[in-house]
Write a new protein. Sequence first.
Lengths: 80, 464
Amino acid sequence: MLELEVKQLIIAALQLEDLSVADIDTDAPLFGEGLGLDSIDALALRLAVQKKYGISLPADASHHFASVRALAAMLHSFHG
Amino acid sequence: MAESVFSLARLAQTISGRPVQDLAGWRAGQMVSYGELAARMADWSALLERHPGQQFALYLDDSLEFGAALLGAWQAGKTIWLTADVLPASCAALAASVDGFLGQFPPEHAPLTASAGGCAAPDWRQLADEFPALVVHTSGSTGAAQAIPKKLAQLGTEVQTLEQLFGRHAAGAAVVATVTHQHIYGLLFKVLWPLVAGRPVHAHSVAFPEQLAPLLAHGPCVLVASPAHLKRLPDQLAWRAAATQLRAVFSSGGPLPYDSALAAGALLGRVPFEIYGSSETGGVAWRQRSHAVPGDDSWQALPGVAWRIDEDGALHVRSAHLADEGWLQLADRAQHTDGGHFVLLGRSDRIVKIEEKRISLSVIEAALLAAPQVADARVLVCEAPAGERQQVAAVIVCSAAGRALLAGEGKLALNRRLRQALHGQVDAVAMPRRWRYLEQLPINAQGKTTQALLLALLEPADLS
């Protein structure tokens, strides 16, 4: 379950206290309202994803960070 | 350096005198010429000549358009108010001081924008040193509201200092930035200095490293960045081509840890030049870390800046970047080091810096106390290991309403409710990330709630 793994990565990498994977909606926007993530989290999450999966993001990667589902789909495409 | 070239007072003439096809920069992948820039300057100048007010707030994403609007406004004799954001609280505070809004403000403030009118170029004026060019405005959302006026000569000497110190690195290089020009660091490094020196600028700031790496690889360039980005450069990205083109990297807005500075240097090929300063003082000091002096955190004064440390450890500066010739005390404490430099020891007030944003802990506390769920509140910054984000923590004594919500819907629901209460008043990076709900605040034997007692509530961090 890549989506579950992504949620765990988000919680760990961004140190989101009090939040469990069940609190993160797979399809909800990751940034802005909702989880209350900001531009610094966007940087930190990019760093964590590239480190953990050993990938380098393309310049137009932003839409892959729209939701957990989008991020998981991107990782899936990287690793087949 | 020839005064005729490096003069802010005659910048409008200089720009309109450059060959019209010369490159001023790029926006959305398209080249922008000095002819186009001069035309926009004329449009903004004509718009503002028609408006009677004196004080105008300006906010634009695009640094070239911002430069045209700024210089056009100056030609029309207007003072520009610089705000870092367009949060409701910031706009409300500005509205009390300005006669109008320019650019990308919310519609309720009826912002003006110059239409592309093909206005004939006016006779560009030379501005006086004493001209009240700028007011740097920080609203209640990021600390006690402040309006810091800057005369043209103050900005001019800042630009001259940058050229004197770093000009040989930046010569012939395009300017790429991750920071906005809506604060003084970005305004100097991304707008005024490049326009004065005639260096092309990428008009839009770059949000993410994966966009930065290919952009830097295009040609000779300098990077105007901040620790928020430089601490988080993924080494998986292809930086090698960027490193061959980078001539200098600048960092300001907050401290860059020694290890992060060298790690950024290893990826980008240039160890960042760090600049220490503030909206009030302008540029104060600089440094470039090196392997030769491991762990060195000391700062060297910029040319023309005198400094001293008082008996309480507070840093004072005197320079041409200030409004007058007197000494100005900073809120930072400092200590002398060998070699005539100084190290910073932290703030002496309740303003903290998180990811380069100035945050007033008192303001967050006041906003929390206004929420019906809160009876008492203390806000503090958790110490973070190097490279990790500093988090704001809120220790809350609940009101009856707060206790009911906590019992009925749980801690996460109350966290969210209080975050909503802070929304619009507190910048996103300053939103409390860690919440503690208590029956009463911890006190020591003297009846005081100390920082140490509050910090103890926050560890160990259980993130499992």
